[in-house]
Each structure stands twice: as structure tokens, then as C-alpha cells.
Design a protein around this ligand. Structure first.
Ligand SMILES: [Zn+2]
Length: 337
């Protein structure tokens, strides 16, 4: 069948007419399949939500227990029939619980990858390649200039700075779902065993990761009101990027402002944010990962969702792969990068 009859964009999001469901809709719909818990993909208010158990838990933590009328757990690799359409979820390697969604009908298989990366991440299952006819890819870092360095090397720079400036606190801005836990876990794997201080906005998600077997080591709140400023000398503090602009950040002694994001590749962005120590760490694919994944899926057609669509579409065309941007609205380019 024509793949556009199986999935196509609507204002609410990517819609499957034969299955009568949406993938990551940005407006409330009757039936939603959700790839992962980031807020631009996982919105409250749908009648029925199908997602991995972790994504459902994360939505409940972030949006409240009543985030949907009804929920259904999608087990990874298990095929479910929705109105005659075969649907299955497969790990995307993006954050805990993240999944690609494969949709198959009348011999045509489309994989909606959601956000994904190929670099290994100790806080979530690795991306699983699913061969398909049409691959729907993100393109957050869809330019050849984007090549992410090794995560371990970036974490080593953070630990080196901490040993060079033992009297200063190191404040690491990291998105609350995924990036913060990944930074903490990588720091642990590099051998740092001291207490790490976390902003209150991270507490529930860090607890949840720990409950799913991702040991983040000793964590303490960094939100005490009358804390002695000297308490945090030499400390590692992790908080959401938004916290660093407000008074919260001023309690720490002579802080080194760090920020963990794929965007830290761009020096100007680090400068604009007042980041002294940029840590280039992304939960999205870089250019090499994007093009390798497109090739490996064997897809004869590629649809590009959000990010830098033009370069990736052009690359596909030069490779003889049909490609087009989907122009879906409502997804953040930068939110969780
Ligand atoms: Zn995401």
C-alpha cells in the first residue's frame, strides 16, 4: 500500500487511518502511541495511551496519575494488532523507556523512531535496528558538522576540572529526564563515589531510575534553604538548565557553570548561556549515526520529522533514497538535546 495511507501528518500529529491512532500527538486525541517521556512527545489528556511501562510511569510522574483515560503497556518486541494494523515497540536508545514504533499493514512497514541515538548509554536499552520500507527519523543534529565526541571523554573533562578547582562547586545543567541521570551514571562509572547534589526537580526521576535498577550512587538535595555556602565547596551539583538562571544557583561557592548538551558543540551557544565548561553530551544521533541508521534500515523512503531536515533530505536524495520533511509542528528542537 502507499505508505502515506498508513501514516500521515495531521495537525494533531502523525496519524494512522486504518489503525485510527496517532503517534506522539501534540493535541489530545482518542488513541495515542507514545515513543518516550519527553514533554513534547508525551502530553497529557489522551483517551487511551499505549507506551512502554517506563514511559507510562514517567508520564505519571511528570503529568500526574490521571494523565490519560486509559493506558496499555507495550512490551518491547511484542506485536499487537490495532484495528488490523500490526504494531510493535523497539528500543530507541534515547532515554529510559524510549521506543521506536513499527507499524505494518498490507506488506508495508513504517518505523517511527521518535528521538534516538546509537551511542551506548548506561541508563537505557540500546537502539535496535528494525528493517523497514519507510523510516521516520529525527534530525536534531542533521548537519555534517555535528559529530558528538565520546561521552567518557567529556565526563573526564568534568572530573579533571573538579580536581583542578577543589574549592569551587561544579554546577552541571542537564535536562531532567535522561540527560541528568546519564551524566550522574557516567560520573559514577568514571569512579566518582562522593555524594552528588541534585536540584529538587530531578529527585523523583532519579528515584525512578534507581527503582528500575539504574544505580546512581549517593544523591542529596541541593535545595536546602539556609545551607552553609562552604558546604558545597568542591561539590558536584546537577540541576535542570532553567534552575541556573535563578537565585538557586547563587548559593554555591564560586561555581563552575557546566552544561551537558549536544548543542555545546557550538561555542557561541555555550558563551550565550554563560557556560564555562561545555560538556558535549547528546541523547540524539549525530550526523554519522543518522546516515548509518538510514542505510542500515534498508528503507527506500525516509521521512524527516524535526530538526535540520534539508541537509538530511538532500543526503538521502543523493543516495537514491526518496525523502521528504514531514513538517510536524509542536516538537522542540532543543528541549532535550
Ligand atoms: Zn526526546
Amino acid at each position: 500500500m502507499n505508505p502515506h495511507q498508513l501514516l500521515h501528518p495531521r495537525p494533531e500529529g502523525l496519524y494512522c487511518p486504518p489503525g485510527d491512532f496517532y503517534i506522539d500527538p501534540v493535541r489530545p486525541v482518542e488513541r495515542a502511541l507514545i515513543t518516550h517521556g519527553h514533554s513534547d512527545h508525551a502530553r497529557p489528556g489522551h483517551g487511551h495511551v499505549m507506551a512502554t511501562a517506563e514511559t507510562l510511569d514517567i508520564m505519571a510522574i511528570r503529568c500526574g496519575e490521571n494523565f490519560a483515560g486509559a493506558t496499555q503497556v507495550a512490551k518491547l518486541g511484542e506485536e499487537v494488532n490495532i484495528n488490523g494494523v500490526r504494531v510493535s515497540f523497539h528500543p530507541a536508545g534515547h532515554v529510559l523507556g524510549s521506543a521506536q514504533i513499527a507499524v505494518e499493514h498490507n506488506g508495508t512497514r513504517i518505523v517511527a523512531s521518535g528521538d534516538y541515538k546509537r551511542t551506548s548509554d548506561p541508563t537505557c536499552a540500546s537502539f535496535e535496528l528494525v528493517p523497514c520500507d519507510v523510516f521516520i527519523t529525527e534530525a536534531t543534529f542533521g548537519l555534517p558538522v555535528f559529530r558528538h565526541p565520546k561521552p567518557q571523554d567529556e565526563i573526564a573533562r568534568l572530573l579533571k576540572s573538579m580536581s583542578q578547582f577543589p574549592e569551587r562547586s561544579h554546577l552541571v545543567g542537564a535536562y531532567a529526564l535522561g540527560k541528568a541521570q546519564r551524566v550522574i551514571k557516567l560520573v559514577r562509572q568514571a569512579g566518582y563515589n562522593e555524594t552528588i547534589y541534585i536540584h529538587g526537580a530531578l529527585a523523583r526521576l532519579c528515584d525512578y531510575y534507581a527503582s528500575r535498577g539504574i544505580d546512581l550512587g549517593p544523591l542529596s538535595p541541593a535545595t536546602l534553604d539556609q545551607s552553609d555556602r562552604t558546604d558545597f565547596a568542591g561539590a558536584l551539583v546537577v540541576g535542570p538548565p532553567s534552575a541556573f538562571a535563578d537565585r538557586w544557583a547563587r548559593r554555591f561557592p564560586d561555581p563552575v557553570a557546566a552544561f551537558a548538551s549536544g548543542w555545546m558543540r557550538i561555542r557561541q551557544r555555550a558563551k550565550q548561556r554563560g557556560v564555562e565548561l561545555p560538556i558535549i553530551l547528546s541523547d540524539h544521533s549525530d550526523w554519522d549515526e543518522l546516515i548509518a541508521t538510514i542505510r542500515e534500515t534498508g528503507a527506500s523512503e525516509v521521512w524527516v520529522t524535526h530538526g535540520r531536515e534539508e541537509a538530511l533530505v538532500r543526503w538521502c536524495e543523493l543516495e537514491g533514497i526518496k525523502a521528504r520533511p514531514l513538517h510536524l509542528v509542536g516538537y522542540e528542537d532543543e528541549g532535550d538535546a
